[in-house]
Structures are given as structure tokens and as C-alpha cells.
Design a protein around this ligand. Structure first.
Ligand code: 5RP
Length: 215
């Protein structure tokens, strides 16, 4: 699937315009996008990054990383996903960067999601849904998720997010109403963010087929 990721990422470069501050997600697909963006580094103003990992790669290519607070609204955000349904709703957070990814998606006019074909599903939930939690609320949130959904939250032990929080991966969901579940889980005290992108889905999905498919 690495070739499919590269194809999707390089297609997304066509959406980058001169003078832009580009929102940049996290993950192995986005790594290809950052590498391709390096070729345009003198034509863009810089990038807003969703993780320390992406910031390091951007800086390694000489691309300036700009604080979102100083960037205003972004014209473009490019990020990967763990699953994508036909409505362009997503599961994200496999790389534990979901909270910053959600913030940048919200701040952006156009969210382009770059995926390999294995990420396309009819119904979200085969990939365990990541939920970022305040550490002291881990057990409380896990119990509330079991009560609300009957699914099984599993603590991603040993992983701390860039925000100093922990991740629960929720197994066994079949998410037929992503918007409803996103709202419900967001209400639980201690939840920082939910890796469901339904309220703010992708605007464009690029699937790394040969040739790439733009949905
Ligand atoms: C990170 C993410 C990634 O976009 C998602 O995990 C996909 O990663 P990859 O491109 O490596 O398959 O949400 O938090």
C-alpha cells in the first residue's frame, strides 16, 4: 500500500497554490505529501502542523512551521485517515494526533483526505475508534463508553499524545450514524476529542489508485 499512499499524496500537491499556508496532518501517507511539498517550499508561506512528528519532517525540508494562532483560516488541509466512508466521514487518530488534526480541519476551508484503497469502507468501525482522554479520566471514560455503546475501549498503553494525554481505542463499533456517536462521546467529561470526523468530514478524498481517484 506504500505506492498507493505516495500516489494519493502526490495528487494532493495539485491543490497547493502559491503563497498558501498549508495545513498538514500526520502519518505515513502525509509523510509522502510533506516530501512532495518540499519541492514547492519557496512558493508557499509555510505550514501549520498537526504533530511534533510532522513538524520535524517539515522543518527537515526547510518548510517553516507556523502557529495556527498566527495563521488565521487556512485555505487547505491535507491529512490521511484510518477509515473513510462514502459520505467522507472518517476515523482518524491511529497516529494519536487526532486532537490537533481536528482543530486544523475545523480551521480549514478545504480538507483533502489522502488514502490508499484499503481505507475505504461502507460503515466505519472496523478500525478501533481512537478517543483522546485526560489521564485521570481514563477509567471513567472507558466505563461511559461501554455503557453508551457496548463496545470495548482498550487503553493504548505507553502512548502519550503531543498534548500529554492518553488514548482509548474503542473496538467492536459499527458506526451507522457517525454524527450522533461523535456528539455523544464528546459529551463525556474527560474526553478531549473523538477520532470521528463526521461533523467536519473531508471535502475531497483522493484514493491512491493508478490513476488516482478524486472523490
Ligand atoms: C494520525 C492519523 C493518520 O492520518 C491515520 O492514522 C492514517 O495514517 P497512515 O497514513 O500512516 O495510514 O489520523 O493520527
Amino acid at each position: 500500500m506504500t505506492e498507493a499512499k505516495r500516489i494519493a499524496a502526490e495528487k494532493a500537491i495539485e491543490f497547493v497554490e502559491d503563497g498558501m499556508i498549508v495545513g498538514v496532518g500526520t502519518g505515513s501517507t502525509v509523510a509522502y505529501f510533506i516530501d512532495a511539498l518540499a519541492g514547492l517550499r519557496h512558493r508557499i508561506e509555510g505550514a501549520v502542523s498537526s504533530s511534533d512528528q510532522s513538524s520535524a519532517r517539515l522543518r527537515g525540508h526547510g518548510i517553516e512551521v507556523i502557529d495556527l494562532n498566527n495563521a488565521g483560516r487556512l485555505a487547505l488541509y491535507v491529512d490521511g485517515a484510518d477509515e473513510c466512508d462514502p459520505r467522507k466521514c472518517l476515523i482518524k487518530g491511529g497516529g494519536a494526533a487526532l486532537t490537533r488534526e481536528k482543530i486544523i480541519a475545523e480551521a480549514s476551508d478545504k480538507f483533502i483526505c489522502i488514502i490508499d484503497p484499503s481505507k475505504q469502507v461502507d460503515v466505519l468501525g472496523r478500525f478501533p475508534l481512537p478517543v483522546e482522554v485526560i489521564p485521570m479520566a481514563r477509567s471513567l471514560v472507558a466505563r461511559a463508553i461501554v455503557a453508551a455503546t457496548g463496545a470495548q475501549p482498550v487503553w493504548r498503553e505507553g502512548v502519550e499524545t503531543d498534548n500529554g494525554n492518553w488514548i482509548l481505542d474503542v473496538h467492536g463499533l459499527r458506526i451507522t450514524e457517525p454524527l450522533v456517536l461523535e456528539r455523544e462521546l464528546n459529551q463525556i467529561p474527560g474526553v478531549v476529542s473523538v477520532g470521528l470526523f463526521a461533523r467536519r468530514p473531508a471535502d475531497v478524498v483522493i484514493v491512491g489508485s493508478e490513476p488516482p481517484t478524486v472523490l
